[in-house]
Design a binder for this molecule. Sequence first.
Ligand code: URA
Length: 445
Amino acid sequence: MRVYDIITKKKLGEPLLDTEIDYVIKGYVANEIPDYQISALLMAIYFNGMSMDELISLTKSMVESGDQIDLSGIKGIKADKHSTGGVGDKTSLVLLPLMASSGLKVSKMSGRGLGHTGGTIDKLESFPGFNISLSSEEMFEIVDRVGFAIAGQTLNLVPADKKLYALRDVTATVDSLPLIASSIMSKKIASGADYILLDVKIGKGAFMKDIDHAVELAKVMVSIGENFNRKTGVVLTNMEEPLGYAVGNALEVIEAIDTLSGKGPDDFTTLCLFLNAAILSLTGLTASIDEGIIKTEALLKSGVPLSKFKDFVAAQGGDADYIDHPERFNHATYQYEIRSDINGYIAEIDAEKIGICSLMAGAGRETKEQSINHSAGIVLKVKVGDRIDANDILGTIYTGKENMEKELSDYFRQSIKIVTESVPKPQVIIGIVDKNGFKDLRKKG
Ligand code: URA
C-alpha cells in the first residue's frame, strides 16, 4: 500500500477502504508516515468529506491506536458526558454530582484548558491538594463509593487524536465535520461508558457557529456511537454569551458550588438540569426528558448533589472545607470593576472575547508550558437582555498582573454591546439529536 495512492483516491473523492484508513493511522502513530503526507490527506478529507463507513473505520482505528478503558469492574449504569467546550463552561462540576445522585456511575477523563476555553482539571486544581493522577484502581474505587471521579489523561487514550489534532491545528483543518466527529467519538468510546451524552455548543464562543452544521455533526456522532453499541444523545446549546457569570478557575468553582446549593445563574442551572434529564432519558431511568427535569429539580433541592461534590473533592485529596467556605479560595491581587457609560440593554456579550480577556488576566494558558493563576478571571454582572443604567457595573476583572487595568478594561468593553431597544433573552437549550433525528426545542415568540 502507498500513502500517495490513498491521498490521490481521497483527492478524487473516492471512498477509502478500512484497510487503507487503518494503514494510515497505524503508520502515522508509529511515525512511519510524515506530517506532510497526512496534511495533504486531511485537506482532501476537508474538501471531500467521508462516508459513514469511512467514519466508522477511522474512529475504530483511532480507538485502537492506544489504551481502552474497561469499566466492567464498576457496578451500575456507566455514563459519560462531553462538551465541545465554551467560555465559563463549568458544567461537569455540577452535572457529574447530579448524575451520580441520580444513580449513574461516571468515570471521567478531563483535560487542561488551552487558549480561551478552560479545562475541568484546571478548575478542580483550585482546591488545595486536589489530585488528578489516579490509578485505574483508585479511580474505580472512588466511582464505586462516590458515584463519580475525574482524572487527568494519564492513560494513553487515542494517541492518534493527539497527533492528528496538533496537525489539524496548524493546517487549517480543525473545522472539518468528519474529523471533529471521529476525534470526539474515538475518545468517548475508548473511555468505556455505555451511555454518552454530548453537549454541542453553538455560537461565537464555540466550534460550531450555526445550527445546521451542529445538527449535522450531532447526527454523525450519534450514528458513530450507535455503531459501537454506545447509546449516544446530543443536546445543542447556546454559546453566544458565556455560560453563567463566572469565567476563570476558582471563580467558576464558586459558581458551581452556588449552583449545587440552588443559587446558581438561571442559564447555567437550566442547562445542568436539562443535561441530567437528557441522560436519565437516554439510559431509560426516566420515560422522558420532562420527567427527568422534575426529578433533577427535586434532587438539587434535596442537597444530595452538593454533598456528593464534597465527597468527591475529599476522595481526590482536595480540601472540601472550601465548599462550605468559598471565601477561603485565593483572591486575586487586583480587581477592576467595569461600569457602563450609558443606559440601555445588553445586546451582546462576545463569549470568545470574554474568554480571551480572562486568559489575558492570567486565568488560562496560551502554550502548554504556561502556568495559570487560579484566582484570575472575570465575573460578569449582566447577561444578554438585561436593562442597565449608566454607571452600573458590567463585570469585575480579577488578576494578579500589575499595570494591566487599561488593557484589560478596554478589551472587556469591546466584548459588550449595549443598545437602546430592548433585547430578548437568549434560550440556552436549542434542541436535541438522538437516533430519531433533530428535535427543535426553541420556544417561539
Ligand atoms: N473537540 C475535540 O475533541 N476534537 C475536535 O476535533 C473538536 C473538538
